[in-house]
Design a protein around this ligand. Sequence first.
Ligand code: NAG
Ligand code: NAG
Ligand code: NAG
Length: 708
Amino acid sequence: MWRSALLLVFLLLTSFCCGVCFECPEICRCSQKSITCNSATGSQKSLSRLVLNYISVKTISSRSFDGLKGVRRIEIAQSSSVETIESEAFNNLPNVSEISIQNTRNLVHIQQRAFNQLPKLRYLSISNTGISVFPDLTSIFSLEAHFILDICDNLNLRSVPSNAFTGMTSEYATMNLFNNGFQEIESHAFNGTKIDKLVLKNSRDLRVVHEDAFKGALGPTVLDVSSTALETLPSHGLESVLMLTARSAFALKKLPPLKSLKSLREAQLTFPSHCCALINWDNSRDGSVNSALRNRSSYCGDNSSPADLSAISSDDSLESDVIGSSSVEDTFGSIDFHYPDLDLCQQRQALQCSPEADAFNPCEDIAGFSFLRVAIWFINILAIAGNLVVLLVLFTSRCKLTVPRFLMCHLAFADLCIGIYLLMIATVDLRTRGHYSHHAIEWQTGAGCDIAGFLSVFGGELSIYTLSTITVERWHTITHALRLERRLGLSQASLIMTIGWLLCLAMALLPLIGVSSYSKVSMCLPMDIETPLSQAYVILLLLFNVGAFLVICGCYVCIYSAVRNPEFPGRAADAKIAKRMAVLIFTDFLCMAPISFFAISAAFKVPLITVTNSKILLVLFYPINSCANPFLYAIFTRAFRKDACILLSSMGCCQSKANLYRMKTYCSENINRSKSSSGSNANSKGPRAVMWMSSFPQLTPRPHIQRV
Ligand SMILES: *[C@@H]1O[C@H](CO)[C@@H](O)[C@H](O)[C@H]1NC(C)=O
Ligand SMILES: *[C@@H]1O[C@H](CO)[C@@H](O)[C@H](O)[C@H]1NC(C)=O
Ligand SMILES: *[C@@H]1O[C@H](CO)[C@@H](O)[C@H](O)[C@H]1NC(C)=O
């Protein structure tokens, strides 16, 4: 029993050991310190594959592998003891075609010329090691076509230095350099090489590929920079790239100038709008090439001289490039001239690009229609000017700060925010018109869009909140007209507005901290409803607006019925009050209803309108309140005009009228007098409600209380 158990343990141990322990290959001489496999030790036997797994030496010394004839493949793997590979360790191996050094985490030094004279080498892999200096590959001198280099999973490897691959091979090479700790690829890194495919993906710290990294190199034809932290690609050196992959490259917000990607046929990118830019550019380029083909079909078939072709090119290059100016050489590089058939006489394959534009980011400018571009300027100037005037007059007024005046300041400020938001959108639209998709990601993920989005949500919500407060205050004042102690005081109003500010700040800040987001659409509004939390946020925002609208409507209905009440003084002016209320509610409704309707449907993921068309609503309807409020609530009221006159008189205009106002007890709440002085209203005996409505913010029912 015990014996068989021991036997089992022994068997287990040995089988484990055979997997893990190093066995010296026949053609080598192994000791505790060194391992040597050269022409002397391997002369008798021949072995095509030399596997050195789990070796326990610290150093692979110079000339360890020297002149081996038969060996084609050398593998060093799974060793935790190898630390150094000395110079000329792999020296003069005429038949070796593959060398792989893998999973040696303690390997930190590969000395200069460690790989020396390997003419048949086709595959070199240095993966999952601890090296921190790029291995010297410049003395390999391979003559094989299709050299493949794998340098992967070396997390301490920080950069690719200049001339790193010079002398590696004279033929085209595939370079798989992924999952490394690269931060930088230096200038002239690929000098003197022909690159077929270059894969830099998953080097998550890679921020910089130097502008001249590809100087002196041919290729690459395939470039993969997925999952890197690159912010730009070099603007030259990519002329021969046929396929560009940049998935999950979220920092790559701007493509290089498109003319530098002139051979591109397939792109797999991170952002849809980049595809818009590429495909637009490709189509416009195609157009010019094809029309040239149609006009000069005689060029196809016979061998046209390069001189003629360059003449065509120079004609077309004027319109061939959407973005930026270009010289003839830049647009049609010398390679193109050698293959006229490819360029002019074959229908060029259309550029493939993914991801395609989605519903949120159609391929269009911010203002999708040109009439919107005009409208948005008109509206934002009106909103900014109107609200600035209101703020200026209210602040310079020397009258006592009343609750309505206080609320009016907040309303004007909130509406000013909307005006500034529209100004920002209009400016960006003007700057990027015609090629917005090229700048879309930069704008939408930048600070500008966050600020704009914040202003729009904060301003919009604060405006609605203040409007509701103003309406409630009016209703409250009317119903408690004669009871001073029940009226809203300034301190209570401040409290209400503080709560409003905090609420609106919170609502505007949420998208900045990850609940929904402003970067989903070019207008910078929180339209992101991907997660349930974002969806809940957007729905809450809309319900807040609808709720506020209902409160406003309800208050006006109450006010109206109170005013119609026979006991209420001054019901003669019903019609006028009704008209005025109708205007207020109608502008509110116009502003709120269409947007809320479509937005709520969209928030429940049944969009009834495209983003393109929603811009019409957003530009024309959303700011209605911001434009109209200063007029409806301030500029058109008599009290405000009085304030404005006083202000103007201090600057020298409007003297006589201002004096009139001063005479009539400036800041008086006695509307009867100011009304009769202005003489505009026939109801000079003044039903108070009419006074109240037409002379907001100085409320009519106050004369008993606040007479100066
Ligand atoms: C190795 O290369 C030599 C010439 O360098 C050649 O004579 C020999 O046949 C090759 N051996 C194998 C196994 O390919
Ligand atoms: C590029 O490589 C060539 C030789 O291939 C060399 O003469 C030149 O100095 C290198 N350029 C730079 C900037 O290192
Ligand atoms: C092609 O010919 C038409 C008229 O025949 C001309 O209007 C057009 O500009 C030409 N296009 C080019 C690219 O030369």
